[in-house]
Design a protein around this ligand. Sequence first.
Ligand SMILES: *Cc1c(COP(=O)(O)O)cnc(C)c1O
Length: 377
Amino acid sequence: MSHSAIASTGTRVMARVDPAAITHNLQQVRRRIGKSGAATDSPRIWATLKADAYGHGIRHVVPALADADGLAVAQLADVAPCRDAGWRGPILIHGGLQDIIDVTQLDQPDLHLVITHAQQLDWLEARPLHCPPPWIWLRYIGDMGYFGLGYDAYQKAYARCVPWLARGDIAGIGHLQHFASADTPTGIAAAEARFRALTAQLPGPRSTSNSATILCHPEHMSATDWVRPGRLLYGISPLPDRDGSSLGLRPAMSLHARLTAVQTVAAGTPLGYHGAFVAPVTMRVGVVNCGYSHGYPSHPPIGVPVLVNGRLARGLGQVTMDFLLVDLGDHPDATIGTPVVLWGTPELPAEHVAAICGGIAPELLAGLTGRVPIYAS
Ligand SMILES: *Cc1c(COP(=O)(O)O)cnc(C)c1O
């Protein structure tokens, strides 16, 4: 993105995506899952691009992931943007077929469909004849408990797919599960043991391991053929007590706005709807042109941090559709047009802001609305 394009955004809210950070984070994941990085026995990487690449924009992220082994998206409709962005490798579709009408989108190469219920196999049988054979990944329900095939249903589905594979109607059968508690002491042991028992006699690659599994269970990496990191690629820590920077990652997206007004208010002045904040002393208050219609949390606590001209300031907890209020007490130089960062830098990680607001960072990233233009630079 050229500088003129960024300059032309004027005083609007915008998000900045750093593709080099994503490439760096992918390398960090490789380093963690493999002994030498190039080891052939290291698991391969499905780079997870759900929710338009966790809000970063598939078109911005795909060029930075040239070194991934595959991409993973939520639905078939997300395949085209990946191809448009230049991706020629395999694509895993977590949601598989969501409706029989989806089979009309199977006329393309290198699709890996996750199967979460038997009806999807019925739909698959009904696909047009000229479709190239897709890969099938059976998803075990595991300890998530609501998405995937139970133990018996899994075995039935596998038995049903074997003749398809023999006939060349499908390109392969893989085994997939998603751990519910990889970031807790309970860990993955019980779910992994059941999955292992289920698939021990079944040929085909296995895919497990979201970001938390990669971080917290390195011993598990030898038991999986494909890992599926999401957050780590975007520089986001899945662990409550860590941020991405402390894990050697670089945040890949930041949210930027500006001061659009500055007011000096007298002690005792009520601010906002129902006077929800009352100025305790005479204070300078800044109005930032970012609100919940952009995806900023609507009810942050008083004191939620923001960066004004690169230095920490206190948000006052007042967020409207288009604006939020900050305390400029420590920012005498701040004036209309002064840049504000809401989250996404090493000084103000999205994990930190999300936690203060009672949520998680992917919610902030994927929660940006269409009102926020994204620039890659
Ligand atoms: C979202 C998702 C991932 C990636 O999760 P992160 O915590 O972001 O790494 C992996 N596998 C499945 C099935 C998912 O839905």
